[in-house]
Design a protein around this ligand. Structure first.
Ligand code: SF4
Length: 336
């Protein structure tokens, strides 16, 4: 059975006596506009240019997506110097630094830039504030591709701040000319904590012109916060290197779920997690195809958790058009 609830419509209906096993399914969940665009960009590049099409880094942080595209002829590489001269390379949704664009140009690669437009927006902010000679404090996770790309726009102006614990080590040239920016896929609450700590040290700290944590990250966290207090267990479908998926586990626990786990697919669920559990929350990160959530719901239904209520906190309608260079080369009827 599948019924829907919207924000404010919590009922928590249980049969009298024995509590009924049930699933709360967060909405929004799964693919965001930037991931959808990046995955379709690789598919269209394969159709337009033919296999192999090289992809620098994982196009999005999901093992299933990467494996499926690899089976269709995408070749995933770490750096552009692994791509044969003259071949086609797609840059991932996480973005790349100007140095990577320059390397690709020097090897005469045909490039398709699938950087999410919301990541590009943060790059533009970094460039603009670097031009104005600000010290830019970039809140994000050390080693994440997005952070490397954004910092690479202005390496002499950007310092990484990896959470509230890193604030003490920050040094700036002029405390009156400091701005913070952030990775798009962070925990909203933890980022605000980092900003508070930074502002204690630098009271004139300027805010970004608009939210850097993207709509999809925020919406998925809001949906999880809504359902988590009712959940004995929350299952987040997503890969371990997916920042926004890992954050959903943290947010679920902070919001009151008794337990929360990240699973790449249904096969990773441990049946012992269900012991003593009545209500299971299910959600998925922004890079996760819905088919993987469907498999988790089937796995739960087979074990008695067949009642599914969808908890809706937002309806997303945003879409992004494909990269310009790809649209130019596609057959007219295939352009979207
Ligand atoms: S999570 Fe946000 S920033 Fe990342 S691809 Fe999706 S919409 Fe873009």
């Amino acid at each position: 059975m599948w019924i829907a609830r919207t924000l404010g419509g919590m009922t928590g209906e249980h049969e009298a006596g024995e509590p009924t096993p049930r699933v709360l399914l967060a909405k929004p969940r799964g693919y965001c506009a930037g991931v959808d665009r990046a995955v379709v960009a690789v598919e269209k590049a394969l159709e337009t240019y033919g296999a192999p099409v090289y992809v620098r880094k994982e196009i999005v942080h999901n093992r299933h997506v990467v494996k499926t595209l690899a089976e269709r002829g995408a070749v995933f590489v770490e750096e552009t110097d692994e791509v044969p001269e003259g071949a086609t390379v797609v840059f991932s949704a996480h973005g790349v630094s100007p140095a990577v664009h320059a390397q690709a140009a020097s090897r005469e690669l045909r490039t398709v830039d699938a950087t999410c437009p919301l990541v590009t927006k943060v790059h533009q902010e970094a460039k603009r504030f670097a031009r104005d000679d600000y010290d830019i404090l970039l809140i994000g996770h050390e080693g994440h591709e997005e952070v490397e790309g954004t910092a690479g726009e202005a390496p002499e102006h950007v310092q990484l701040v990896d959470g509230p614990g890193a604030v003490d080590q920050v040094t700036v040239r002029d405390p009156e000319k400091v701005i913070w920016l952030s990775q798009t896929t962070l925990s909203v609450d933890e980022t605000l904590e980092t900003v508070r700590a930074l502002r204690e040290r630098f009271p004139s700290l300027a805010d970004p012109p608009s939210d850097d944590i993207c709509y999809a990250t925020q919406n998925r966290q809001v949906a999880v916060k809504q359902m988590a207090p009712e959940c004995d267990l929350v299952l987040v479908v997503g890969s371990r290197n997916s920042s926004n998926s890992v954050r959903l586990v943290e947010v679920a626990l902070q919001a009151g779920a008794s337990a929360a786990y990240l699973v790449d697919h249904a096969g990773e669920i441990d049946a012992s997690w269900l012991e003593g559990v009545t209500t299971v929350g299910v959600t998925s990160g922004a890079s996760v195809p819905e088919i993987l959530v469907g498999e988790v719901l089937h796995w739960l239904a087979d074990r008695g958790w067949a009642d599914v209520e969808e908890i809706t906190t937002a309806n997303e309608k945003l879409t992004f058009s494909l990269p310009r260079e790809l649209k130019r080369d596609m057959k007219p009827q295939a352009v979207r």
